[in-house]
Design a protein around this ligand. Structure first.
Ligand SMILES: *[C@@H]1O[C@H](CO)[C@@H](O)[C@H](O)[C@H]1NC(C)=O
Ligand SMILES: *[C@@H]1O[C@H](CO)[C@@H](O)[C@H](O)[C@H]1NC(C)=O
Length: 674
């Protein structure tokens, strides 16, 4: 009797409690395309830390980092990057493991920023439960302009309104109405306004605060540049990159207060503009369905035994989660498996905000154009331009054919010198970068057979066992794994024998006080099987080649530009950097990048998933990138190029006419460099 009464009473109080609960914070934003970042945070912050998922993520990241070549270097990077890179990731992960987080969103920010602090765009942790599920925007991207006296000013991009009204037609009214009364409806009048203060402080306080958390590149100048808008030639055409001020992968900021001086205005004005978050995740109706549809591991979040018959869910059409982070066009799945990649990862997927038509190059391009590659002849009749937005393209071989035809065509039309615009080129296929170097430099001792970096892979105990297991048990007869000895040549450019554990004998190093093990030096990996035939003669004299970018030339783009600059004497220009900061023409070199799911496939194919050092299967909708091999440099032959200096020859100052106008930049570079 008594127990019945108690049960009835508690049922009653549960019902009362439920009805008193605040409404579900995720249900509040469900089904809406645009919401306030505060409401997104309320949804994200409502998820408690799941201890099982937390330890799973930490264990996956920790054990996968044993395959990342730079873990020990990044504890305290060699000069000139010592002040830029000094993060002991393993120690910080252990600390995060011991600490209590308020909620799962805070845990994610802690993990994501820990990885970002290594400032290596190959080595990241992205969780699609949060990263870019909503992207946070302002309609006023910024540029850094230089006036006639040489003074630099943070400025609202002269094209801001054109870009924002084209990209956000369904939200621009909201921003128009958010302006102070005397500016309502006059968002366009902010174009070209000088930004005197951001949130009451010098704009470079905000630029540098972003440089501290944005990750991606070692060099401080390059991370400063990511605050500003820029352009990129994508497979779909010329794109406008908003920059970190106007686009955030998490709902970090609710609004910004600016003191601005508009063009023609007599006095500075203070404006407050709200950020707005645009939904880009999987549809949901409430917290439970948000978690279910956005936060759980996908079919290919984890690897698989490459010889197990593939389940139906792994059809060739399925996008791999890692592809969303890779800053390159979508690849042919068969070629993706076959050719090594070295590519920048970002927690914002490749965007397609278009560069306004008046800023796109107006010169005719070429019949040889192919997706991310376009060829122009300037009006002087002697300067050719190769605009190259990526080292990956939908077809590996058509891409090489385009480079071959496009450059020879420019030469045939009379070009005797070449600009290569690699602005925001995040890398791609290693051997396309090496091929372009070989093509431009001609056949000579430093391009044949090896026109790329010699490299080294980390040889941790599990990596060595993977190779041994593949050999001993003949587990990879069709050479599907990265670790197959048949993929690699030694430093004399001879293939390893099929039964050779190519990770041994290890090179035993001590890096920042830790013992570390690397493979013997590896040689040419591209020639001849990864190359189209190229003419013996250099297509252009490399000394007449100038490489143009904003420092954001990563991975395979670094492989290309470093070879052209350090081996062949090409010159380099960075556009729009801060004068007082040294500018690097490229960064995060790596050698080959890969990711957790790929390493997991290697482990599963080698039948070593039960090994104590093997990461478990990931439970959440995340991806982890790593640098799997490092290229050796040229200034110091036996040290990774990753940690060597890459100063640009010129930091080109931008004015309102040059900003985000590739063709105008090319003519200005010709004036200053030839
Ligand atoms: C990382 O993995 C190593 C090797 O299994 C282990 O000794 C260490 O405690 C792990 N650290 C964390 C933070 O899990
Ligand atoms: C390198 O380390 C391995 C593993 O500890 C050891 O077996 C080998 O002898 C060392 N090599 C050299 C040259 O010291």
């Amino acid at each position: 009797m008594r127990s019945f009464a108690t049960a009835a009473l508690s049922a009653l109080s549960v019902a009362a409690f439920v009805s008193a609960l605040p409404s579900d914070p995720c249900a509040k934003i469900a089904g809406q395309k645009w919401v306030s970042p505060r409401d997104v945070r309320a949804c994200y912050s409502s998820f408690k830390v799941d201890q099982k998922e937390k330890s799973n993520i930490i264990e996956v990241i920790n054990k996968t980092l044993a395959f990342h070549a730079s873990t020990n270097y990044q504890i305290k990077a060699p000069q000139p990057y010592t002040s830029d890179v000094h993060e002991d990731v393993l120690a910080t992960l252990a600390k995060i493991g011991r600490q209590t987080q308020k909620n799962d969103y805070d845990l994610h920010i802690g993990l994501s920023r820990t990885l970002k602090r290594v400032n290596d765009g190959h080595c990241v942790w992205v969780n699609y439960c949060y990263d870019s599920a909503y992207v946070n925007y302002l309609p006023i991207p910024l540029v850094l302009l230089t006036d006639k006296l040489g003074l630099q000013h943070v400025t609202i991009a002269p094209a801001a309104f054109e870009v924002a009204s084209a990209e956000f037609p369904d939200q621009i009214e909201f921003w128009q109405n958010s302006l102070p009364p005397w500016l309502k409806g006059k968002l366009e009048s902010l174009n070209g306004a000088r930004v005197i203060l951001i949130n009451g402080l010098d704009p470079f306080v905000a630029v540098n605060a972003n440089a501290a958390i944005t990750g991606g590149y070692q060099a401080f100048g390059t991370r400063q540049n990511s605050f500003f808008s820029s352009y990129q030639l994508a497979a779909t055409g010329w794109n406008y990159i908003m920059g970190n001020f106007a686009q955030q992968s998490l709902p970090l900021d609710d609004q910004v207060m600016l003191l601005i001086k508009r063009e023609g205005a007599l006095l500075p004005e203070t404006i407050i503009l709200p950020y707005r978050s645009r939904f880009a995740g999987a549809a949901f109706t409430d917290s439970a369905s948000y978690r279910q549809n956005n936060c759980k591991a996908m079919a290919s979040s984890n690897g698989r035994d490459l010889y197990a018959s593939s389940p139906a869910s792994l059809g060739p059409e399925e996008e791999l989660p890692i592809e969303k982070a890779e800053q390159q066009p979508k690849l042919n799945p068969e070629e993706r498996k076959k050719f090594a990649l070295n590519v920048l990862l970002d927690d914002i997927p490749v965007q397609n905000v278009v560069l306004p038509e008046r800023l796109r190059p107006g010169l005719p391009s070429s019949d040889a154009d192919y997706t991310v590659a376009r060829y122009y002849l300037l009006e002087d009749g002697i300067t050719g331009v190769l605009a190259l937005g990526s080292f990956s393209a939908p077809s590996y071989w058509d891409f090489q054919q385009s480079l071959l035809d496009g450059l020879q065509d420019l030469k045939a039309k009379g070009a005797t010198r070449l600009l290569v615009d690699i602005t925001n080129n995040g890398g791609g296929y290693v051997c396309v970068a090496v091929f372009l170097h070989r093509l431009l430099a001609g056949a000579k001792p430093n391009t044949v057979p090896q026109a790329g970096f010699d490299t080294t892979a980390r040889s941790g105990p599990l990596a060595q066992e993977i190779v041994q297991s593949l050999i001993d048990k003949n587990l990879d007869p069709q050479q599907r794994t990265l670790y197959s000895p048949l993929n690699w040549r030694d430093e004399n450019n001879e293939f390893f024998a099929p039964d050779r554990n190519w990770l041994q004998p290890t090179r035993n190093l001590t890096i920042n006080g830790n013992k570390d093990y690397f493979s013997p030096r590896l040689g040419n990996e591209c020639y001849p099987e990864g190359f189209l035939d190229a003419p013996e003669e250099a297509v252009f004299d490399p000394k007449q080649v100038v490489i143009i970018g904003n420092g954001r030339c990563a991975s395979s783009c670094s492989i290309f530009s470093i070879h052209m600059q350090k081996l062949q004497g090409a010159r380099t220009v960075v556009v729009g950097g801060r004068k007082s900061t040294p500018q690097s023409y490229s960064g995060i070199v790596g050698g080959q990048s890969t990711n957790f799911a790929t390493i997991d496939s290697e482990i599963k194919t080698a039948k070593l998933k039960a090994h104590g050092l093997a990461p478990p299967d990931l439970l959440v909708n995340g991806v982890q990138g790593i640098t799997w091999r490092l290229g050796f440099g040229y200034d110091q032959r036996d040290e990774p190029e990753e940690w060597q200096a890459r100063p640009a020859n010129l930091n080109l100052a931008l004015d309102a006419k040059l900003a985000n106008n590739p063709q105008a930049v090319w003519y200005e570079v010709v004036k200053q460099m030839f």
